[in-house]
Design a protein around this ligand. Structure first.
Ligand SMILES: O=P(O)(O)OC[C@H]1O[C@](O)(CO)[C@@H](O)[C@@H]1O
Length: 358
C-alpha cells in the first residue's frame, strides 16, 4: 500500500480545525445540551486538534474499538491516519453528547430540515416521466453532492460535476447481460442522497434488473448526515409525497421482502473494507454491490496517496463480487483517473463511476 493520508495533510487538517468547529457550533445551537455535554464537545474539539488519542469511555462498543485500535491509542492525534481519526472522532462525538443513553441523533435536526425544505413539485418534477437507466444511475451519483457535512464549508454553491471516470456503460451492460440480480447499496447520506438512491433502487426493481434490493445503513449517526435505519424510514415516508409512485412501490417491495434494510457494526469501523469480517463479505458476494459516496470510497480503495493511474481493479480485487463505486470527490484519494490537483479532489466538483468485476 502507498503512504496513508494522515491528519498532517492540509486538507485533513482543515477538516479537523475548521469544519469541526463549525459543526460543533451548529450542534450547540440545535440542542439544549447542558454544561456537561458542552464541556465534553469543547474538550473533544481541542484534544482532536492537538492532544493524545485516548481509549473510549466504558461503553457497549469499547471492546470493539480496542480491537480496531491498530496501536493508535496513546499517540498524538495530528499523526493519526485521517480515516481512522475521523471515524473515531465521530464515535467520540456521540459519547460527548450522550447519544448512547438518550438515542437522540445529534444530526437529526439538520437531516429533518433538509427533508422538509425540499419541494416535492419543483425539485422532483423530473420524476413525473419514467426515468431511463442512465438518468436513474446519475440521480444516485449526483445525490452524493447533498452531503450536510460537506456543506459546512462548501456552502450551497451550484457546482458542475465533471466525470473523471465513467464506467456507466459497463454498469448498464452488466444489468442487460446478468439482470435480474440481487443488488446491495452500501448507503452514504440520508436526505436528498438517500431519496435518489431509493429512486434508483425502484428503477432496478420495476425494470426487472434487480431481483431484490438490500440497503446497508450505518448502525448509528455518523459523519453528520450518514443514513441510519431511522433515516431510511423517514425518507421512505417522504418519498411517498414525490411524483412518480416510487415511494408506494418500494413500500410494497419492503412488505413482500424484495426491499430489505440491514446494518453491520463494521460500517462504523475506522478501517478499510480490506479488513471487513467474513459475515459482511458473505453478504456482499452475490449480485452487485453499489458503494455510495466519498467515505465508502476511501474505505474501498484504502485512504492512501495512490498514484491516480493505478487501475481501480488493482485496489479492490479483494472484493467478493461485482462492485460499483458512485462518488463525488470530496477528499484526496484518487485511482483510475488522470491526476487532479489537491484542491480539485476536495472541492466536490468532480465525480466518478467505477466498476469492478472479479
Ligand atoms: O458523505 P460522503 O460523500 O461520504 O463524504 C464525506 C467526506 O467528507 C469528509 O468528512 C470531509 O470532506 C471526508 O473526510 C469524507 O470522506
Amino acid at each position: 500500500m502507498p503512504p496513508v493520508i494522515t491528519l498532517e495533510s492540509p486538507f485533513a487538517r482543515q477538516v479537523f480545525h475548521e469544519r469541526h468547529a463549525v459543526l460543533f457550533n451548529r450542534l450547540k445551537d440545535a440542542h439544549p445540551y447542558g454544561p456537561k455535554e458542552r464541556a465534553a464537545l469543547d474538550n473533544l474539539l481541542e484534544t482532536s486538534q492537538n492532544g493524545t488519542i485516548a481509549e473510549p469511555e466504558p461503553a457497549f462498543d469499547r471492546e470493539q474499538w480496542l480491537a480496531w485500535d491498530q496501536r493508535h491509542f496513546g499517540t498524538p492525534w495530528p499523526k493519526a491516519p485521517f480515516l481512522w481519526a475521523e471515524s473515531y472522532f465521530y464515535r467520540l462525538l456521540l459519547g460527548a453528547v450522550g447519544y448512547f443513553e438518550t438515542k437522540v441523533d445529534p444530526f437529526g435536526p439538520f437531516k429533518t430540515a433538509e427533508l422538509h425544505t425540499l419541494n416535492e413539485k419543483e425539485d422532483y418534477a423530473w420524476l413525473e416521466n419514467p426515468l431511463d437507466f442512465d438518468a436513474a444511475l446519475m440521480a444516485s451519483l449526483y445525490g452524493n453532492r447533498a452531503d450536510l457535512g460537506f456543506q459546512l464549508i462548501a456552502g450551497n454553491t451550484e457546482i458542475h460535476n465533471q466525470l473523471v471516470a465513467d464506467d456507466s456503460a459497463k454498469v448498464h451492460d452488466f444489468f442487460r447481460r446478468r439482470g435480474p440480480v440481487p443488488v446491495t447499496f452500501v448507503l452514504d447520506n440520508a436526505g436528498r442522497e438517500l431519496l435518489s438512491d431509493l429512486i434508483f433502487a425502484d428503477h432496478l426493481l420495476t425494470n426487472d434488473l434487480a431481483t431484490d434490493v438490500t440497503l446497508h445503513t450505518k448502525p448509528y449517526p455518523y459523519y453528520v448526515s450518514d443514513a441510519t435505519m431511522t433515516d431510511v424510514s423517514d425518507c421512505m415516508r417522504r418519498l411517498k409525497d414525490l411524483p412518480g409512485g416510487a415511494g408506494q412501490r418500494l413500500h410494497a417491495a419492503a412488505a413482500d421482502g424484495r426491499l430489505r434494510i440491514r446494518t453491520h457494526p463494521f460500517h462504523c469501523a475506522p478501517l478499510s473494507f480490506h479488513d471487513m469480517p467474513a459475515d459482511l463479505a458473505n453478504e456482499l458476494k452475490s449480485g452487485l454491490t453499489i458503494f455510495k459516496g466519498d467515505l465508502n470510497y476511501r474505505r474501498l480503495v484504502g485512504d492512501c496517496y495512490w498514484d491516480p493511474a493505478t487501475p481501480f481493479r488493482q485496489t479492490v480485487s479483494y472484493l467478493p463480487g461485482p462492485t460499483v463505486a458512485l462518488r463525488i470527490l470530496k477528499s484526496e484519494v484518487l485511482v483510475g483517473a488522470d491526476n487532479l490537483e489537491s484542491a480539485e479532489r476536495t472541492a466536490g466538483t468532480h465525480a466518478m463511476i467505477q466498476m469492478y468485476q472479479p
